[in-house]
Ligand binder design. Structure first.
Ligand code: AMP
Length: 189
């Protein structure tokens, strides 16, 4: 069982690297951003509740996110592990995830933190916005809000995992395959 937190600011490549990791290690992908977008598209109550936060690039309240992740974990029957992408984004979310996984006796093994400078993030997100259909990728002010939310509210999660000896920093700029190889060498070591 291998549970991984893939961590990093918006535009750092978490989605891209997740796709390759899922295939190689046969993991179940839990992307809270994708889950919210699905709820929004389906117009569920959760989607309606999350909409104003997602549209503005602010964090959805912890209890909503934690409940959604718990449902997803509990409804997954067969898995050789989870890759958490975009979650946890606050220390209370990280604590809740630990609590949940410890009850199941399969804790987080590793936290991988993709490190990418801010100007590169803005460039990548504006480029992605041309094709992703995501309105939060199409507006530079919203992108800057998301990056500052990451710096102010989410970075403490890195310290939380560092305190558990699980933090691994990955240089997230350059060739996608080389970044993937670096991630694999951490996971295989
Ligand atoms: P992402 O696709 O990970 O960039 O997430 C898109 C948006 O969904 C974020 O800007 C937040 O509004 C919301 N979101 C995703 N994951 C979380 C989370 N773990 N906690 C709070 N809000 C989240």
């Amino acid at each position: 069982m291998n549970n991984i937190v893939l961590f990093g600011p918006p535009g750092s490549g978490k989605g891209t690297q997740s796709e390759q990791l899922i295939n190689k290690y046969n993991l179940t992908h839990i992307s809270t951003g994708d889950l919210f977008r699905k709820h929004l598209a389906e117009g569920t109550n959760l989607g309606i509740l999350a909409k104003k936060y997602v549209d503005e690039g602010h964090l959805v309240p912890d209890e909503v996110v934690i409940g959604m992740v718990e449902d997803k974990i509990n409804s997954t029957t067969e898995s050789s592990g989870f890759i958490f992408d975009g979650f946890p984004r606050t220390v209370p979310q990280a604590e809740a995830l630990d609590h949940l996984l410890n009850k199941k006796s399969f804790p987080i093994q590793t936290m991988l933190m993709l490190d990418v400078p801010q100007d590169e993030l803005i460039k990548r997100l504006l480029e992605r916005g041309k094709t992703s259909g995501r309105t939060d990728d199409q507006n530079e002010a919203k992108i800057r809000t998301r990056i500052s939310v990451y710096e102010n509210e989410t970075i403490p999660v890195a310290n939380y995992y560092d305190g558990q000896g699980k933090l691994n920093k990955i240089h997230g700029v350059g060739n996608i395959h080389e970044i993937f190889d670096e991630i694999c060498s951490v996971l295989d070591s």
